[in-house]
Ligand binder design. Structure first.
Ligand SMILES: Nc1ncnc2c1ncn2[C@@H]1O[C@H](COP(=O)(O)OP(=O)(O)OP(=O)(O)O)[C@@H](O)[C@H]1O
Ligand SMILES: [Mg+2]
Length: 420
């Protein structure tokens, strides 16, 4: 496959080299924009449903491009590449939210089933638009303001969190500052370059939760149990399903909020609502604040691949094609997902050898690798472990993921051979 460049039109090629050559059984093709791990895992679900997942990927070695026989190479900002990728697809959906909505509006006008629709997706792209819309709907959010000058940052006050309005992910484009000097050190060069930032009050949350739901165009909604998501350095590291010790009242409130948002915003597919759980204090009652929205399969739903009757990738495909949604019931009292995050320096032991050792020690660990090169803090895979006891299951999942990233056991185990 030859990468498409700006000079040449995008091309769709099958593994056989014959465009469109595939199974004689005509089940739908779904196009996913972006070739990352979310598309790769959606492809896995598409196989079981007899569907074909076509991906619009930047590079042939992107996680999903490695496994899909139907890859369009091109950029998600190139309207022609998007058009080529959409030809004949039952739905066009997303592995990330960075596609210009003006291109999506064009596709909609040309008859493409864009799911979620651009008017909804924009709220997952633009943190300021999302904050304004949620505030308008009366949904509790942190105090926020758009800031363009040092004076506006000072007027907003510390402690605060500054965010790029568009384009951030995995904590990139998010800066937490306890004082104004720190905030201005970050903000001033960005202001000088003409960037407007989103300022938010730093929420003293008890923990972070996520309510993940799916909605179909027919209007059906389905919610997974609310999960706890543990971030390290602004990045999701661990997800515990269901969120331990969450009161039934808050769990129901979070699920209802996510289902309501999916309906009111017109989301089609998976919607993840990232939440802060705030403890009550003498001045405020506590409860839930919305952090952000993702309209695609999300890291906080990966546990369901092994831990629920229907996982989010299958559910997303069902939703975008308007099938009835699947049962979201968990398969165990507790499932913990731990991300495999690239070590500061990749270990000398190969990933394959690490996997052998992991399986030898922990046959229960369900491993999902994304086909990505190891880089510091990069999400290269995840591990799911199911069980009964939160502390035990979490320890095993984190131990497994840490082993996979670092080739070192957190509990000091040396493989029984004394060599570490
Ligand atoms: N207002 C806030 N108060 C306190 N902490 C915050 C606030 N906003 C964000 N954070 C912390 O920073 C993390 C990343 O922020 P956010 O989710 O907005 O960014 P992101 O990089 O787009 O996220 P993602 O990793 O989901 O792509 C949050 O999960 C949370 O831990
Ligand atoms: Mg986030």
């Amino acid at each position: 496959m030859t990468p498409v460049t700006a000079a040449s039109p995008p091309s769709s090629a099958s593994a056989t080299g014959r465009p469109g050559a595939h199974s004689p059984v005509a089940l739908p093709t779904v196009t996913m924009v972006g070739g990352g791990q979310l598309a790769r895992m959606t492809h896995q679900a598409a196989i079981a449903l007899g569907q074909r997942l076509r991906v619009l990927a930047q590079h042939p070695d992107d996680p999903a491009a490695q496994v899909s026989p139907d890859v369009v190479l091109g950029s998600h900002t190139d309207l022609d590449a998007l058009r080529t990728a959409a030809v004949g697809a039952g739905a066009l959906t997303f592995d990330h939210e960075h596609v210009p909505t003006e291109h999506l509006e064009v596709l909609v006008a040309e008859g493409v089933n864009v799911a979620p629709p651009p008017h909804a997706l924009v709220l997952a792209q633009d943190k300021l638009a999302m904050r304004l819309r949620l505030a308008e709907l009366g949904v509790p959010v942190p105090r926020f303001a758009a800031v363009r000058t040092a004076a506006e940052v000072r007027a907003f006050g510390a402690p605060l969190v500054l965010k790029m309005i568009r384009g951030g992910y995995d904590g990139r484009g998010v800066w937490s500052a306890d004082d104004l000097d720190t905030a201005l050190t970050v903000a001033e060069p960005l202001f000088a370059a003409g960037t407007t930032l989103l300022a938010e009050a730093k929420v003293p949350f008890r923990r972070e939760l996520a309510a993940v739901v799916a909605r179909s165009p027919y209007g059906q909604g389905a919610a997974w149990p609310v999960v706890e998501s543990v971030q390290r350095a602004g990045q999701c590291a661990v997800v515990i399903a269901p969120a331990p010790g969450l009161t039934e009242e808050l769990a129901t409130a979070a699920e209802e909020l996510a289902l309501r948002l999916a309906a009111e915003l017109g989301v089609v597919g998976v919607l993840a609502v990232e939440l802060f759980e705030v403890a009550p204090d003498p001045d405020a009652p506590g409860g839930l604040l919305v952090n952000e929205l993702a309209m695609r399969p999300h890291n906080s739903g990966h546990w369901g691949m092994d831990g629920a009757v229907t996982g989010q990738f299958e559910q997303h495909l069902r939703a975008v094609l308007d099938y009835p949604l699947g049962d979201t019931t968990p398969l165990a009292p507790v499932t913990v997902m731990a991300n495999i995050l690239g070590a500061p320096q990749a270990p000398a032991m190969s990933l394959d050898e690490r996997l052998h050792h992991l399986f030898a020690r922990m046959p229960e660990a369900k491993v999902h690798l994304y086909g990505k090169a190891e880089r510091p803090s990069r999400k290269i895979g995840h591990v799911n472990v199911l069980g009964d006891d939160v502390a035990d299951v979490r320890e095993r999942a984190e131990r497994a993921a840490h082993w996979m990233a670092h080739a070192r056991w957190l509990d000091g185990w040396d493989g029984g051979n004394g060599h570490g």
